[in-house]
Design a protein around this ligand. Structure first.
Ligand SMILES: Cc1cc2nc3c(=O)[nH]c(=O)nc-3n(C[C@H](O)[C@H](O)[C@H](O)COP(=O)(O)O)c2cc1C
Length: 178
């Protein structure tokens, strides 16, 4: 048993749950790492999201949550299309590069245009190319919903997993859920 588990916090309207506490607890929920790319005025743009998820099969919709302070997301919205590039466990350096505030995020990468024109990173395990379908402001984030126009699985490499503020390596897969 963990000896540092906090007492349950009841939602009683106010005071609000502190952001630090929400962040600390949610850090225990693992996520994959995706680079969302788009073309902005002829130049490639991209940023890391851990909130990428499948939303609907019919119609085929996926989405992610963009922080309203993001400087890249407004360019994605203006492009009206994006490509979600799933990173592999070998590509934690790309996660750092595409979430860094300085430097050329595409330095050292090679990419090709998806049908929407958005960049497909050659390192991607899988990519999902979308037309922007809907956006919904939710709290301090924007839910960005994409309608899938094309997608591909490129390799069976293990995905990059982010958990408790670190990258998880040595992921073992069991068959039990199949
Ligand atoms: C593992 C990981 C997951 C992230 N997930 C998200 C996310 O879901 N949404 C988001 O807006 N930013 C997310 N970020 C933060 C952005 O990648 C980061 O803030 C980036 O610097 C945004 O820069 P920008 O101003 O160019 O948009 C994540 C960062 C990391 C390292």
């Amino acid at each position: 048993m963990l000896d540092t588990v906090a007492a349950p916090r009841m939602a009683q309207g106010s005071p609000a749950v502190p952001a630090s506490e929400l962040r600390a607890v949610m850090a225990h929920y693992p996520t994959g790492v995706v680079v969302v790319t788009a073309m902005a005025d002829g130049a490639p743009v991209g940023f890391v999201v851990g909130s990428f998820t499948s939303i609907s099969l019919d119609p085929p919709l996926v989405g992610f949550f963009a922080d309203q302070s993001s400087t890249t997301y407004p360019k994605v919205e203006r492009a009206g299309a994006f490509c979600a590039n799933v990173l592999s466990s070998d590509h934690s350096h790309l996660c750092r590069q595409f979430s860094s505030k300085s430097g050329d995020r595409f330095a050292g990468t090679t990419w090709r245009p998806a049908p929407s024109g958005s960049p497909i990173l050659d390192e991607a395990v899988a990519w999902v190319d979308c037309d922007l379908h809907d956006t919904v402001v939710v709290g301090d984030h924007t839910l960005s919903v994409g309608r899938v126009r094309s997608l591909s699985l490129e390799t069976h490499a293990a995905p990059l997993i982010f958990h408790r503020g670190a990258y998880v390596t040595g992921l073992h897969q069991s068959d039990e859920a199949r």
